[in-house]
Design a protein around this ligand. Structure first.
Ligand code: HEC
Length: 114
């Protein structure tokens, strides 16, 4: 069948279009984050990133951390977590996870394209 490679190519394009390419986090990011939030480490930032990737594309694509300011994220994150938890019918993101998520988004909001 000649259509098979074409279908595979289409699937690859669609899949890569859906997943926002988030940059790998570095020690520099962790240092910037810990200057703002007590206790932030590279590991805790990566946890925040996973929470973001796993939950924040349920209803729309992932929004880049750099697309909003710290002030906006402080307002948006609690509102979106509430929406998510209502949609899922359980507390998927509790207050501890919400902090990790917010710390990741705010820390990375300072870096263009991240
Ligand atoms: C239950 C569906 C749902 C989930 C889950 C969800 N969102 Fe949203 N999001 C929306 C809707 C609807 C809008 C547009 C209306 C609004 O702003 O409330 C939106 C808008 C946004 C915006 C633009 C708002 C602005 O004022 O700039 C951002 C940023 C955002 N979401 C981030 C997130 C993040 C981060 C998460 C993960 C915690 C998330 N969303 C999870 C439904 C959802």
């Amino acid at each position: 069948m000649k259509t098979k490679p074409i279908l595979i190519a289409i699937a690859v394009v669609l899949l890569s279009a859906c997943s926002a390419k988030l940059m790998d986090l570095t020690q520099t990011d962790a240092e910037r984050g810990s200057a703002k939030f007590k206790g932030v480490t590279l590991e805790s930032l990566n946890q925040g990133k996973s929470i973001f990737q796993e939950n924040c594309n349920e209803c729309h694509g992932l929004k880049r951390p750099s697309s909003r300011t710290e002030e906006r994220w402080n307002k948006i994150v609690p509102a979106m977590v509430k929406k998510l938890n209502i949609k899922m019918g359980k507390e998927v993101i509790d207050s501890r996870k919400q902090d990790l998520l917010l710390q990741y988004l705010v820390t990375m909001s300072a870096v263009p394209k991240k």
